[in-house]
Design a binder for this molecule. Structure first.
Ligand code: FO1
Length: 309
């Protein structure tokens, strides 16, 4: 029987790993569960940045420089909004806007985010299953020293993650639940991979969906994270800065500490070969994914290592 892999991811880094896995696995072997804590309403549209980043990456549409949005997209609509006096701090492209229009219309008509995501991915020719972590609307809120509590995208994009983080809260999580699709994917997984995404901003929201962490713990299978931190630095985004603010050492080791029992294996970067990782089953690889080929190579190495357990 073919190996079934579930990967938990946020945006850009996680999308790269998902793309690597998609290059080496058949569609029925891979399910990608995506953070939706970054989702928000903007200009009357429902925007799901991490779902879209994963979708555009797998569809080969993503803007390769930013890692999000659609390559070659224009911003005429934002220009027109600006002319009408609107503050256009969130960079929505014209083609990207089509995704949000379709999603918003379908949600308003009563479809679930899981159904909407299937519709979008099917139409973009993606054969792999991309699932939102939950169908309930969740909002990651960031409590900051300078500005009090901020909506995620205000903190992340408008303020360029400069405010000092005190704590995080997931609005709506108490009443959220796992979809049948997420439950089934986890129940059938032979391997669970935590993408090289920000553990606090991207993976913690997924693990906080009621019942989800326990569903993972119930699976006696490899549950392996890939480090988003190399030599104390985040490949992209605020992970290292946030770790310092939340009183963690900005080291790959702190990622293992943070995840705790939900992991039983860890991939760190070979540039961190001097770290003592003896507290968990671990392996060092080159985890930087510069090219499409790098993604497949890393995915292959991770699965080969796991198969030898
Ligand atoms: N990130 C930015 O830094 N600036 C933007 O203007 C921006 C726009 C944007 C539009 C659509 C989309 O799907 C993602 C977008 N992102 C932008 C990325 C996104 O906000 C973050 O990378 C994630 O939420 C964090 O994973």
């Amino acid at each position: 029987m073919a190996l079934k892999v579930v990967t938990l991811v946020g945006g850009v880094g996680g999308a790269k790993l998902a793309h690597g896995l998609a290059q080496i696995l058949e569609p029925e072997q891979l399910t990608i569960i995506v953070n939706t804590g970054d989702d928000f309403w903007h200009y009357g549209l429902r925007i799901c940045p991490d779902l879209d980043t994963v979708t555009y990456t797998l569809a080969g549409l993503v803007d390769k420089t930013n890692g999000w949005g659609i390559g070659g997209d224009t911003r005429n609509t934002l220009g027109a909004l600006q002319r009408l006096g609107v503050d256009t701090w969130f960079g929505l492209g014209d083609q990207d806007m089509a995704t949000h229009l379709v999603r918003t219309e379908m949600l308003r008509a009563g479809d679930s985010l899981t159904q909407v995501t299937r519709h979008l991915t099917n139409n973009l020719g993606i054969k792999y299953t991309i699932l939102p972590m939950t169908d309930s609307p969740i909002a990651t809120m960031i409590d900051t020293v300078e500005h009090g509590e901020l909506d995620f995208q205000v903190y992340f994009v408008k303020m360029r993650w400069q405010p000092t983080v005190k704590s995080l809260r997931l609005k709506g999580i108490e009443t959220a639940g796992m979809s049948a699709e997420v439950q089934q994917a986890i129940a059938e997984a032979d391997v669970i991979l935590f993408g090289p995404s920000n553990p606090w901003l991207s993976i913690m929201p997924i693990l906080s969906v009621p019942g989800l962490k326990q569903a993972l713990l119930d699976r006696d299978v490899p549950r392996v994270a890939i480090t988003p931190i190399i030599q104390g630095v985040a490949i992209k985004g605020p992970a290292a800065k946030m770790m310092a603010e939340l009183n963690y050492d900005s080291s790959a080791k702190s990622i293992v500490t943070y995840y705790g029992e939900v992991l039983n294996g860890f991939i760190y970067d070979e540039r961190d070969a001097d770290l003592d990782m003896s507290m968990t089953r671990s392996m060092a690889f080159d985890t930087i994914m510069r090219s499409d080929a790098d993604r497949a190579v890393l995915a292959r190495k991770v699965l080969d290592w796991i198969e030898k357990w």
